[in-house]
Design a protein around this ligand. Sequence first.
Ligand code: ASP
Ligand code: MG
Length: 446
Amino acid sequence: MPVAAGRDPRYLSHALAGRNRARSPDPPEATSKTRMARIVMKFGGTSVADLDRIRNVAGRVKREVDAGNQVAVVVSAMAGTTNQLVKWCQDLSPLHDAREYDTVVATGEQVTIGLLAIALQTIGVDARSWQGWQIPIRTDDAHGKARVEEIEGGVLIERMAMGQVPVIAGFQGIGPDNRVTTLGRGGSDLSAVAIAAAVKADRCDIYTDVDGIYTTDPRIVPRARKLPAVAYEEMLELASVGAKVLQTRSVELAMKQRVRVQVLSSFEDKPGESLPGSLVVDEDEIVEQPLVTGVAYSRDEAKVTLRRVPDKPGIAALVFGPLSAANVNVDMIVQNLGADGTTDMTFTVGKADLPRARDVLEKVRAEIGFEAMVTDPEVAKISIVGIGMRSHAGVAATMFKALAEKGINIQVISTSEIKTSVLVGSEYTELAVRALHSAYGLDAEG
Ligand code: ASP
Ligand code: MG
């Protein structure tokens, strides 16, 4: 097992908690040119939606193997399968047992690993399927949304060193009770990153139905550009504000474990041609850092305003304490200055949480003593994101000016180190995104 020599094949929970793993001895560039690389390739549901696409995936994998790389593959269920499985559980009983839910929904991935292994063997690639429990991928007991705690990478590393391709079921693991667990919807991205960390892969390639990460949604701005590289932190902000390319938890794990992730398309594929996607990497790896990397938007929030709240100590705790106890996430907050001993307080909650938020606040209304509650679901949050913002002043001012020039009223503003967000009327979403994309010079030439 020459390649594995000196590597610790175990991937432990304390590592998950933030301990840095040892870097592989060769820098990634040297690795890909001078010796084989170890790559985890992940294919989502649309990439394995039917037998033709599974054959196409097998061809992709074969090319990496033929190039001399060690490859492990992680797959999702065929598109639509998991939705169907979830629905069956819900139709039988809305309050179904979470262990049995996992038993049902984990089956989608079992089908695709077997089919892909057969497709690979058919074209002469040595391959073997692996369910989560066979590796094992150990998780906690939070059935339906389990956390990965430990992966035994040793057996996978051994097989890869022998030239065999492990084909691994994403989305699933095994809990402390020895029962199958699943990691939450979209969880096979997380499986892929965790496997990549466990086998100390040089790269984790996530194949999906888009060919990379863009400066904004190309459906809104046709001149959006594909980004060659994005920092982990930027990707986290972009993911949480609406760019739905990678599951958020998988990016968090990649950042902790320093797994280099590449997002690329499994569709635009011409044999012999390699189409680079977007890398999600440490910011040190990004040579040219623009001020603003991307413009994101979200229509998933709703605005709540409490009018004439008494302006005295303890009021914010009275408002936000009960909301948090009811599991309502609050995002943006503004509080105005009051002249008559009262103040208006505005904040946003997830649109789906709005009814619950109203209910909670009505119940504590007398205690807080506000005059009225006004809610508005017709809002959009527009955000500019970029690690370049850390070191530059005036980035937000450009944003406000660009929006003002389009006559767009800003309702709420919030900022973090690498992000500025504004809340606007939802009818301005496209206009605002386009204006900001141009204002920061992100439009492609031509
Ligand atoms: N099949 C699972 C889902 O649809 C996991 C995944 O695709 O990432 O959520
Ligand atoms: Mg996905």
